[in-house]
Design a protein around this ligand. Structure first.
Ligand SMILES: [Zn+2]
Length: 307
């Protein structure tokens, strides 16, 4: 099957210039350059400017950036260097507001979606990994902000990412399995998902999670694409899988409230009658469902929240 394309948080045009993360003279010169751009992020949010057509990130020059943990995001084709700073957001200038990645990730340009996803992921890591896991000493960020070091024992620490699997399961009639998580309000449904266990492959996690949550044993697990989901630090690995005939759904009520098979016509009818609401376009779940369906579907969680 065709790999997923245009995933909202798997975009980006800025070169990460990873070789510059340890180049202190280069980093210092870039920070002194008034043309450099700094994105301030706090608790997964940044300032954005919204008009009818688009949403843009609001950057500040380095001299206006607040004190905070600084990290290099990359360099544009035109030479502009981008930094992130994890700190309280500045007071929003007129026409701007604070917005979360989850809210605006699908509305930003490719460049801005990539920068905000990268910055939120790094800021989340810095905010929650402040001490050495070996001896508890406060760690010190390296100049590029992509690792930290323990001044007591010299150990080096790198950003953490938690792999998670998300999978669309189909039965022999090509109906797809959608479920409502017990923690979700109202009529929201999605495909199944779960974290990869230590010492487990992604494919094994798909098989285990589907069986645990619905009692269905799947085969033919195949990868379809991925996107980062730094809320706070996941990488979503998308899969399709087949459910051989003759299996009944047995919902694990710890995690799921209900799970059902949907034909394409049945899904569209359930959406139109507002029995169910699909995840928003920023999610990989939405893309995998629409890829199975064969085109765009109406309704999202956010739209339903507005109406
Ligand atoms: Zn240490």
């Amino acid at each position: 099957m065709t790999p997923l394309e245009s995933l909202a948080l798997a975009r980006g045009t800025v070169d990460r210039v990873t070789e510059k993360r340890t180049d202190v003279p280069w980093l210092d010169a870039a920070w002194q350059d008034p043309g450099s751009r700094v994105l301030v992020v706090s608790a997964g949010q940044a300032l954005v400017r919204t008009d009818d057509e688009r949403v843009d990130l609001v950057f500040v020059p380095p001299r206006d950036a607040p004190e905070g943990t600084r990290f290099l995001l990359g360099q544009d084709a035109d030479g502009t260097v981008y930094f992130g700073v994890s700190a309280d957001l500045p007071a929003p200038p007129p026409g701007t507001r604070a917005a979360a990645l989850r809210e605006v990730g699908a509305l930003l340009s490719d460049r801005d979606a990539g920068l905000l996803t990268h910055a939120v992921a790094l800021a989340n890591w810095h905010d929650t990994h402040t001490h050495c896991p070996v001896d508890g000493t406060p760690t010190v960020p390296d100049p590029g902000g992509h690792s930290t070091r323990c001044p007591a024992d010299g150990t080096e620490h790198f950003p953490r990412t938690d792999p998670a699997v998300i999978m669309l399961v189909t039965d022999p009639d090509d109906r797809c399995l959608l479920a409502r998580n017990a923690a979700w309000p109202g009529r929201r449904v999605s495909i199944l998902a779960g974290f990869v266990d230590p010492g487990e492959s992604a494919e094994q996690a798909v098989i285990r999670e589907v069986a645990e949550e619905t009692g269905i044993k799947v085969t033919n697990v195949r990868y379809v694409g991925s996107q980062p989901w730094p809320m706070p630090r996941s990488l979503m690995l998308g899969f399709r899988a087949d459910a051989p005939a003759g299996q009944a759904i047995t919902v694990d009520h710890e995690e799921l409230a209900e799970a059902y098979w949907f034909s394409r016509d049945g899904l569209l009818a359930a959406i139109r009658s507002r029995e169910i609401i699909l995840p928003p376009p920023v999610s990989i779940a939405r893309h995998i469902i629409e890829s199975w369906y064969g085109g765009p579907l109406p309704s999202t969680w956010t739209e339903a929240g507005r109406s």
